[in-house]
Design a protein around this ligand. Structure first.
Ligand code: PNS
Length: 163
């Protein structure tokens, strides 16, 4: 039986930190579904669900066991629907923990058939987040060390337009 994991997130936009977690998850499971989802606490996404999905897809083509999908419903419902055994999240710092712990418990309550698995982020990505990338780009800073090169220009175009 194939062991499927779901790696959910906003990916607004996908960063090298996300890509590192996705890559490492891909070596632990038979298939990893990167699920571009909606976080109700984030109402002002810079990229649409479809755009975020396309960006993640374009930077993961080298990984054979990655599937990219989007979903605007409950994560637990999706996980159950696809028969995944794990939800994979990256943890950067202690500050991430409380929120992630709360989500893991809520998801377990909603669907008992999958475990949340936390991967510790690589040390060089500790500070990295989509919002840090957006702030730097908005002020005209260099984001080339933070996002995959393939989508660098698309990100810059959008975020400069936002100013
Ligand atoms: O990258 P983010 O914004 O931290 O990811 C959070 C996300 C999108 C994974 C989370 O908000 C989520 O799971 N959204 C789907 C809706 C849902 O199931 N919400 C309840 C989670 S307990």
């Amino acid at each position: 039986m194939s062991r499927i994991a779901v790696c959910p997130g906003s990916f607004d936009p996908v960063t090298l930190g996300h890509l590192d977690i996705i890559t490492r998850a891909s070596s632990l499971f038979d298939q990893v579904i990167v699920l571009v989802s909606v976080n109700m606490m984030k109402s002002n996404y810079s990229f649409s669900l479809e755009e975020r999905k396309n960006m993640v897809r374009s930077v993961t083509t080298a990984l054979p066991n990655i599937v990219v999908d989007s979903y605007d419903g409950l994560l637990a419902d999706y996980v159950k629907q696809v028969g995944a055994i794990a939800i994979v999240k990256g943890l950067r710092a202690v500050s991430d923990f409380e929120y992630e712990f709360q989500m893991a418990l809520a998801n377990k309550k909603l669907y008992d058939g999958a475990e949340t698995v936390f991967l510790t982020t690589a040390a060089e990505n500790m500070y990295l987040s989509s919002s840090v990338v957006k702030q730097i780009a908005n002020f005209g800073g260099d984001i080339s060390h933070f996002v995959p090169e393939l989508i660098l220009e698309d990100i810059k175009k959008r975020l400069v337009k936002e100013k």
